[in-house]
Write a protein that binds this ligand. Structure first.
Ligand SMILES: [Zn+2]
Length: 617
C-alpha cells in the first residue's frame, strides 16, 4: 500500500470515528443524538467537514512551515510536533489545523502509540482530565442516587413515595374511602401496599370514568439473601454466623468476598403497646461470606464454583471470643422479656444483630418484635467506564425501570398535554417479581386492579361528562387500558455473544428492548409491540427487539401475569444490561436517558397511537 493511500484510509477512519461513535469528539447531547434511528441530529455535519478538511490537507501534501525558534518554549513544542511527523500514521493528522476550540479533535490526533514526545505526557494528562469529566445524563446520576438510598423494596417504595409527595401526589389509604371529593380530573394520587409496592396515577384533564389507564409496571425487589426467622447459628470454628435463605434466582457466587451488611424493615413495640415499622439500613459492612482459598480446592477453576447454599453461604458476623468479651452471649441477651425470643429467653437472633439494630434505630433491644432483613452489598452504586458511560450497581434489575417509570410519570403529570388528556397515566411498582409475583404486593395480587377500580368508581361523582353507563364501566376502562411491563433485558455479552440469537442482540445505547416469546413467557403481541414502538418513534427514540434462542429457556416477568388477570393489552420491554442478578450489575448511562425519554413518549403518544389502530373483527 502506498503511503498516500494509507493516509487517505487513515483519514477516512478518523473522520468516521469523529462523526459517528467517538465519545471524544462530541458533546453529551450530540452523542445522545446518535441513538435516534442512527441519524445525527446535533452536530451532524462535523464528521463530513472534518473528512473534507483532512482530505484537502492530505491531498495538498503540504507540511506546516518549520517552527520559529524565537523562544525555547515554542521550540520544545515544535520539536514535539516534528517527532510526531516522523511517524507514518500521524503525518496527515498533524497537517490538520489544530483549533483550540476543538481540543477533543486535537487529542484524537495524538493517539499514536509510536510517538514518544515531550508533549505526550501533557496531552495524556489533558486527555485523562477530559475523559473523567465527561458528564453522563442527569437522569443517570439521579438513578444512582436513588439506588444508593434504596437497598430493599421497602426503601425503594419509600423513596418513590417521597418523590411523588414532593410533586403534589396525594396519598390514598387502602383502608379508607376514596371519596368522590378526592379524585378529580387533573388530580395526582398514589397508594402503597405492604410498604413494598406503590401504584400512582394522574387523571387527565378530560378524564371520564371508563377511560383507560396507561400504565408502566416494574418491580421493586431484587435477588438477595434474607435473614431466616431464627438466624442464630451454632458457633463454627470460633465464628458467629447468621442463617440466611436465598430470595430469588441470584448469581450467588458473586456474593462471596463482598463487604456486606443488612437493611430492611423492623417492627418495634412502643411503650403504649402499638407496633410500628421502621426502615433500617446499616451502612457499615458488618458481615461477609468468605470464599474458600484456591489452595484448598485446586479444581475450582476447572469444575466451577458450586457452593452449597445451606452450608457454605452463611455470612460471618463476628468471632465468638470477641463477642463474648464484649458481653454478647449467643444463648441469651440476659433479659427474658425479650420480644423477639422463641420462648424460654432463647433469642431467635444473635444479640449482636439486635444490638446493632437497636443502636441504629435508637431504641431498646426489647422493643424489637420482629424484622425482615436483606443482606446487602455496602459498595455504593456509581458511574464508571472509561467515558463514564456505565453504571455499576446492585439492584439495577429492576430499580432502573422503576425509577424511569416514576420519573416519567412525574414529568408527564406536569406536562401541559395532561390538561387535554382523556384517560389516566399510571405506574405500578410491584414487589416479589423475583419469586413469581404471587403475593399481596406482587403483580399476581390485586393491588393494581383494585387501584384502577377504586379510582374509576370514585371519580364517577365528579365527572362533568356523563359516562356511557355504570354496569360495565370497569370493563370498558380495562379494554381501553395499555400496560408496559418494564423489566431489564439482557444486552449481548461481548465474551458470550453466542448466547444470543444472531438477529436479536440488544446493545447498549440502542434503545429499550421489546421482548417477544411465542410461548407467552412475554405478553407482547404484534399490536402492542407496534404501539410501544410507534410512541417512541413519534418522539424520535429508537427501540430494539429480543427473542431467546430456541435451544435455551426463556425468562419471564410480570407482563403475562398481569395481562392474564386483567385483560389489559401488554407489551414486555426492558433496558439492556449485563450481569443480571449479580450482586453488582452494569448498564449504560445513556440507556437510562433513552428509557426515561421512551416512557415519557409513551404517556404523551399512546392515546394518539391507540386511536390510529383497529383490529378487524
Ligand atoms: Zn427483573
Amino acid at each position: 500500500m502506498t503511503k498516500e493511500k494509507r493516509e487517505i484510509i487513515h483519514n477516512e477512519m478518523k473522520g468516521l470515528l469523529l462523526s459517528s461513535s467517538s465519545p471524544l469528539c462530541s458533546s453529551t447531547s450530540s452523542r445522545r443524538a446518535l441513538m435516534v434511528f442512527g441519524k445525527r441530529i446535533g452536530g451532524g455535519g462535523g464528521g463530513a467537514s472534518i473528512r473534507r478538511t483532512l482530505a484537502s490537507a492530505s491531498s495538498s501534501s503540504s507540511r506546516p512551515p518549520p517552527p520559529s525558534s524565537s523562544s525555547k518554549k515554542k521550540k520544545k513544542s515544535s520539536d514535539a510536533l516534528a517527532n510526531q511527523r516522523d511517524c507514518d500514521c500521524c503525518v496527515a493528522t498533524n497537517t490538520f489545523p489544530i483549533n483550540p476550540s476543538r481540543n477533543r479533535i486535537q487529542y484524537q490526533s495524538r493517539q499514536c502509540a509510536t510517538v514518544a514526545s515531550s508533549s505526550s505526557s501533557t496531552n495524556n494528562q489533558q486527555q485523562r482530565k477530559m475523559l473523567s469529566s465527561i458528564e453522563p445524563p442527569t437522569v443517570a446520576k439521579e438513578l444512582v442516587e436513588y439506588l444508593n438510598k434504596s437497598w430493599t423494596a421497602f426503601h425503594a417504595t419509600k423513596n418513590a413515595e417521597e418523590m411523588l409527595k414532593k410533586e403534589g401526589f396525594v396519598k390514598l389509604d387502602e383502608d379508607k374511602s376514596w371519596s368522590s371529593s378526592k379524585l378529580k380530573p387533573g388530580g395526582k394520587y398514589y397508594m402503597v401496599r405492604n410498604q413494598s409496592c406503590i401504584v400512582a396515577f394522574c387523571l387527565g384533564g378530560e378524564y371520564v370514568p371508563g377511560d383507560g389507564f396507561h400504565i408502566i409496571a416494574a418491580h421493586t425487589d431484587s435477588p438477595c439473601p434474607k435473614l431466616k426467622p431464627v438466624s442464630k447459628r451454632k458457633e463454627r470454628a470460633g465464628c458467629i454466623g447468621i442463617g440466611v435463605q436465598p430470595y430469588g434466582g441470584g448469581l450467588w457466587h458473586t456474593w462471596f468476598d463482598r463487604d456486606l451488611s443488612v437493611a430492611g424493615r423492623v417492627l418495634l413495640k412502643k411503650k403504649d403497646g402499638r407496633v410500628q415499622s421502621e426502615l433500617v439500613t446499616i451502612e457499615r459492612p458488618i458481615v461477609r461470606i468468605p470464599s474458600l482459598a484456591i489452595h484448598l480446592d485446586r479444581e475450582i477453576n476447572q469444575s466451577g464454583f458450586k457452593p452449597n447454599l445451606e452450608t457454605n453461604f452463611a455470612p460471618i458476623l463476628a468471632t465468638a471470643i470477641k463477642a463474648e468479651l464484649e458481653g454478647f452471649n449467643n444463648k441469651s441477651n440476659g433479659n427474658n422479656n425479650n420480644n423477639i425470643s422463641s420462648g424460654g429467653g432463647e433469642t431467635m437472633h444473635h444479640p449482636i444483630i439486635l444490638a446493632i439494630l437497636a443502636e441504629e434505630l435508637k431504641c431498646e433491644q426489647d422493643d424489637i418484635v420482629d424484622f425482615e432483613l436483606n443482606v446487602c452489598d455496602t459498595q455504593k452504586s456509581q458511574i464508571g467506564g472509561a467515558t463514564n458511560e456505565f453504571i455499576f450497581s446492585g439492584r439495577l434489575d429492576n430499580l432502573c425501570s422503576s425509577f424511569c417509570a416514576l420519573k416519567a410519570l412525574i414529568d408527564a403529570s406536569k406536562d401541559s398535554s395532561l390538561k387535554k388528556h382523556k384517560g389516566a397515566r399510571a405506574i405500578a411498582l410491584f414487589d416479589n417479581e423475583e419469586v413469581g409475583s404471587v403475593s399481596t404486593s406482587g403483580g399476581g395480587g390485586t393491588v393494581m386492579i383494585e387501584a384502577i377500580k377504586r379510582a374509576t368508581l370514585s371519580s364517577k361523582g365528579n365527572s362533568s361528562a356523563s359516562s356511557e353507563g355504570d354496569s360495565d364501566v370497569i370493563e370498558r376502562c380495562l379494554a381501553k387500558s395499555f400496560l408496559v411491563s418494564a423489566d431489564m433485558a439482557h444486552a449481548v455479552h461481548p465474551n458470550y455473544s453466542e448466547k444470543h440469537e444472531e438477529q436479536h442482540q440488544p446493545l447498549f445505547h440502542k434503545g429499550v428492548v421489546v421482548k417477544h416469546n411465542a410461548n407467552q413467557r412475554y405478553a407482547t403481541t404484534a399490536l402492542t409491540a407496534y404501539m410501544f414502538r410507534e410512541c417512541a418513534k413519534l418522539s424520535g427514540v429508537s427501540t430494539q427487539e429480543f427473542v431467546v434462542k430456541n435451544d435455551m429457556g426463556c425468562g419471564s416477568t410480570i407482563g403475562p401475569i398481569v395481562s392474564a388477570q386483567t385483560g389489559i393489552r401488554t407489551v414486555d420491554v426492558g433496558v439492556p444490561q449485563l450481569s443480571m442478578h449479580s450482586v453488582r450489575e452494569m448498564m449504560g448511562t445513556e440507556d437510562v436517558d433513552i428509557c426515561h425519554k421512551h416512557f415519557l413518549a409513551f404517556y404523551e403518544n399512546i392515546a394518539k397511537v391507540d386511536a390510529s389502530v383497529q383490529l378487524s373483527s
